[in-house]
Design a protein around this ligand. Sequence first.
Ligand SMILES: [Zn+2]
Length: 283
Amino acid sequence: MPELPEVEIARRQLEKWLAGRTIREARVLDARVLGARGGAGGKNGAGAGTPDAAARALAGQRVRSIERRGKWLHLVLARGEVYAHLGMTGKWVLRRADDPDERFEKLRLETSGERSVRYVDARVFGRVLVTNEAPAACRELGPDPLVDGLDAKALGARLAGRRRSVKEALMDQTVLAGIGNIHAQEALFRAGIDPRRRADRLDASDLRRLAAGIRKTIALGLADGTKQSSGDGDMTYVEEDETANPFLVYGRAGSRCPRCRRETLQRLVQGGRSTVHCVRCQR
Ligand SMILES: [Zn+2]
C-alpha cells in the first residue's frame, strides 16, 4: 500500500509528466474516483461530482505544479485544484494517447505530445477530487517528515498526550502525515522501541532514535522505489511482489531477527493491523 515514499515518487513523476503542460482532454472512466462516497476523500462532499463535470473542469487547464503532503497529492491548476489519494492500489502511469485502456483505468489526462497520464486503481479506495477546497482529511494532516523535516523535539510534541500505542500513533495521519503500516513497523524496529509502548511515555533518547528511524525508513523507501520505477516506469507496491520485499521486518514474521540474529520475529495485531517486531531488540 502506498505510503509517503511511493506518493512522493508519484509526485515527482506527475511533475515531470504534467507540470507546465495543458490538459487537452480529460476522461473519467469510473465515477467512484471522484469521491461520491467511501474511501479516502469520502467524507468530503465537495468536488466536481459527475464524470462529465470533472472532465469539463480539467480540459484546457494548464498544470502549474504538483505538491504533496502525507499521502495526498495536490495538482495546482491555472484555475482550480485536484486533490488525489492513491488509496490501497492506486497508481498514476504514463502511456501514449493511442495505447489501449489499462485494466482498472479510472481516469486519464491527455496532454500535448500524445501523452496520456492515467490513473489506475484495482480496489478503488483512491480518489481524484476536482475541487477548489482541500478535503477535510487533507486539512487535518500533521507535519510531513519530508516536507517539514522531523527531529526528536517535533516528534515529542506530536506524541505528547497520546495514550495509544506508539505504533498506532505513528499511523495516525493527524499526528504525522505519510507514515503507514509498513514504515511505522520499520521505524520502530530501527529505533529499538517496543511497538506496544504508550506514545506519550517515550523519553528523549527514544524520541531521538525514533525520529532518526522514521527519516531513515523514508529515505530508503524513496531510494528503493525510485530504482524500481526508474524514470517513467510504473510503480510496484511490495504487496504485489513479496519476493522484492526490501524491508527489515515488514512481512517477515517467523524469520530470524536481522539485528540480534537470535530471536524469531513475532507478529501482533494493533488497531486491526499487523506489526512485526523483535522482543529482544525492541524494548
Ligand atoms: Zn532482534
